[in-house]
Design a protein around this ligand. Structure first.
Ligand SMILES: [Zn+2]
Length: 212
């Protein structure tokens, strides 16, 4: 995705965190990306929040936009970024996407990659977790990983077992799918999801498309 020339439309600041975790700079191709918290602007009249991120290596900037036409103005919370970045630091994991719409910035392959990264992190910490606090971190990472699977599943249509072509935003993602389609089988994702905790007190998993 061309982060330098277009604005990226988000459903939450959690999605911003995950976008930065997944992507490298579109300009220099290798720099990691970081939020510029001095450049978060709110436009309450239009129900719009904009946030700027930049490449750590070359400084090229990109723009996130959260739009109250997509999500409730009250659910646009910059603090969600930190809640995802530092699991266990807040009592609950905020939803990455409170809507039924699939992500516009992270595609199905991206969500599966993020699921892998977060569940590996959870396993790593779980191996040495002795304190209650560490266990809480593991649990929140598992909840995050589960939300990533929910986002991947949001791209599947009706009774299709594989995601549609539009669920892949780049040639690179499409190639990942063509090389290993078995990884994208819907039932596999549902199986993985069933092994992960849901957010206590939350609204739970979003319904799959085509589900009652
Ligand atoms: Zn760069």
């Amino acid at each position: 995705m061309d982060a330098d020339r277009c604005e990226l439309i988000l459903h939450s600041f959690a999605e911003a965190y995950l976008y930065l975790l997944l992507n490298r700079c579109a300009g220099c191709v290798e720099g990691t990306l970081v939020m510029d918290w001095t450049r978060v602007t709110q436009d309450p009249e239009r129900g719009m929040v904009s946030a700027v991120f930049a490449c750590r290596a070359c400084g090229q900037a990109g723009l996130f936009r959260l739009d109250a036409r997509l999500v409730d103005a009250e659910s646009i919370r910059p603090g969600d970024f930190a809640a995802w970045e530092k699991p266990g630091s807040q009592p609950v994991v905020p939803p990455v996407n409170p809507t039924d719409e699939a992500s516009r910035v992270i595609d199905v392959a991206g969500w599966l990659t993020l699921f892998g990264v977060l569940s590996e992190k959870a396993r790593e910490i779980a191996r040495q977790a002795t304190k209650v606090r560490e266990r809480a971190v593991v649990r929140q990472l598992q909840i995050q990983a589960g939300q990533c699977l929910d986002e991947a599943l949001a791209f599947y249509l009706e009774d299709n077992d594989l995601p549609p072509r539009e669920a892949f935003f780049s040639e690179d993602s499409w190639r990942q799918f063509m090389e290993r389609p078995a990884l994208f089988v819907r039932d596999r994702l549902i199986d993985l999801r069933s092994g992960l905790p849901l957010q206590a007190g939350g609204s739970g998993r979003r319904k799959l498309r085509g589900e009652e």
